[in-house]
Write a protein that binds this ligand. Structure first.
Ligand code: F6P
Length: 327
């Protein structure tokens, strides 16, 4: 459909679950593009906005004062209809009619799939910026928003530790992450948790009982179990533990959406900024169908075909550290 030529007008969307730092990425994309003499069209509500033509021209002032804001000023939705080729064709036609030459998609794994599908269906040039609190995108070491979500969860769990220690309690704390354990691992290590349960290393009840008993034997005043949402439900595990250890006070907390919101930390902002600028430079250099990734401390481009087929890197070594240090 669209020939691969140097873009003069780019569109930008945020798609999927919001992540802290998305606004910093929008700001970087808009201002880098304007600095290079491009026109920028903001598209509201992700792929649905592309389909419904929710377009507006962006200038530098649209992104003033947003680097420190959580959420996304462009708004976001999950739009499963985008899996239908006719919806993607219509979206590509809308982009062309609006004279948009290329699209920057800021979002997670599903958004990368959407971008690849759009490009494969219509040939429309796209690059994606990885943004998700889950850190579950193959091809990049880290996603925008992950560091902030870890910090948010750690702050909440530090408070829970106070209660756990004061009351000699065992706490099961469920964190997000969808099917991936990276958030639970990073949070568990940073909180000094006794046990971390993740979907990539399924554990059985007996093994968990033994770990709780072992913490008891070591004289621990409190036990924190960090449970990735992909590995089970905190309420259910709490019930199982209470039945097995009737003399223990077992409580649970589900951190939920508090992990997704809030001010992005400096690491998330700076990552978003570097990836956002590079996304524009990539499009200007003729890149399409690539993820702008962070690999081994540098920005790089990874083909979206590899991203959607790959598996995210999971910090399994953190599990060993948690075990080693919870003596
Ligand atoms: O991908 C981010 C995330 O917050 C996951 O951790 C969680 O499983 C999911 O989104 C929740 O999705 P929704 O916002 O659609 O409820």
């Amino acid at each position: 459909m669209t020939a691969l030529r140097k873009p003069e007008v780019i569109g930008v969307i945020t798609a999927g679950g919001d992540a802290p730092g998305m606004n910093a990425a929008i700001r970087a994309v808009v201002r880098a593009a304007l600095s290079h003499g491009l026109e920028v069209i903001g598209i509201r509500r992700g792929y649905r906005g592309v389909y419904e033509k929710d377009f507006f021209v962006m200038n530098s002032r649209h992104v003033s004062g947003i680097i420190n804001l959580g959420g996304t000023i462009l708004k976001s939705v999950r739009f499963p209809e985008f899996q239908r080729p006719e919806v993607r064709w219509q979206a590509a036609r809308n982009l062309q009619e609006a004279k948009i030459d290329a699209l920057v998609v800021i979002g997670g794994d599903g958004s990368c799939r959407g971008a690849l599908a759009l490009s494969e269906t219509s040939g429309f040039p796209v690059v994606t910026i990885p943004a998700s609190i889950d850190n579950d995108i193959a091809g990049t070491d880290i996603t925008v928003g992950f560091d902030t979500a870890v910090n948010t969860a750690v702050e909440a769990i530090d408070r829970i530790r106070d209660t756990a220690t004061s009351h000699d309690r065992t706490f099961v704390i469920e964190v997000m992450g969808r099917h991936c354990g990276n958030l639970a691992l990073a949070v568990g290590l940073a909180c000094g948790a006794e046990i971390v349960l993740i979907p990539e290393r399924p554990s059985n009840e007996e093994a968990i009982f033994q770990e709780v008993e072992s913490a008891d034997r070591k004289g621990k005043e409190s036990v924190l179990i960090i449970l990735a949402e992909g590995a089970g439900r905190a309420a259910e595990l709490t019930e199982v533990l209470s039945r097995r250890f009737p003399d223990k006070e077992v409580r649970y907390a589900v951190l939920g959406y508090v992990q997704r919101g809030g001010r992005p930390c400096s690491a998330s902002r700076n990552l978003a900024t570097r990836l956002g600028v590079k996304a524009v430079e990539g499009l200007l250099a003729g890149k399409t169908c690539h993820l702008v990734a962070w690999v081994k401390g540098a920005v790089t481009f990874v083909p979206l075909s590899e991203v959607v087929q790959g598996k995210p890197k999971v910090s399994l070594e953190y599990l060993d550290l948690v075990k080693l240090l919870s003596i």
